[in-house]
Design a protein around this ligand. Sequence first.
Ligand code: NAD
Ligand code: FES
Length: 293
Amino acid sequence: MFKILDKRELCEKVHQFRIVAPRLVQKAKAGQFVILRKDEAGERVPMSIGGLDKKNGILTVVIQEVGKTSAAMNRMKAGDYFADVVGPLGLPSHIEKFGHCICIGGGVGIPPIYPIAQALKDAGNSVTTIIGARSTNLLTFDEELRSASDRLLISTDDGSYGTHGFVTTVLQKLITDGEKIDMVICVGPVPMMKAVVNTTREPKIKTFVSLNPVMVDGTGMCGACRVTVGGRTRFACVDGPDFDGHQVDFDEMTKRMKMYVRYEKIAYEGFLEDDCRLGKQVKAMNETSGSKK
Ligand code: NAD
Ligand code: FES
């Protein structure tokens, strides 16, 4: 059992959890992931690592409510326990002295770029971080990333903060301005990672992407996380999650990720209906007990 030390809302439907997991945290490295299970009967959910407090043995994960299980997790409170936190899983990000590194995080992919930026900085690199969100209220981890980077650049799709546009608008400007860039690493939605890779292809900048296909066991046994990289089948959970972005077949990955969307939607809608019914029952019980007093 793994205790939730504290929880905070980062933006709508997105919560940060700090979980007590000392043994896992000692072994974990930037770029790896964990699999959470809310309770004994719960679904296994892969989550990127959003922070490793090695001194206190605290793991940070950020959960976006996108379906039934993530919604149920986001209703947990400080002091509650996850049945399982399995990990660290996957291979750590490739950390060495590259020179000038650009770390890119988009939307809910922003928190996982934080430990990677920290590790690249600790390895002696100069780190520029670019983060992007649809609007200001969806920007997260900017303070953490400002402290982990030499420079933090921000974009919003609606222009409400920073550069008006995508993270690739900012990246393209750096390239056009002639900045020497030795490596790019990005975490975020698949269209973003595909766009980053298309931006760095022609100038031939080494680019790593952190892939998050559908996962089940997370240990290379079920085949759910199959992706094609450089024409070869790879399993994101054991061969990744980081891969050379210029070699990834993003179109195939996009198709595979859409396979279960319909079923996830049905399960999520069912959960919200039950949640609403339960809320009304609790309200009615409270009103009844209040009127008896
Ligand atoms: P989003 O759709 O709001 O996009 C966030 C930002 O990404 C945008 O503001 C923009 O700057 C950039 N972006 C999006 N589409 C782009 C495009 N076509 N071209 C260029 N830039 C683009 O993101 P969201 O709704 O927060 O979704 C986050 C996604 O990140 C989820 O799909 C989640 O599964 C994924 N994620 C991935 C990992 C991982 O390990 N790879 C970890 C956490 C989250
Ligand atoms: Fe089963 Fe990767 S999640 S092989």
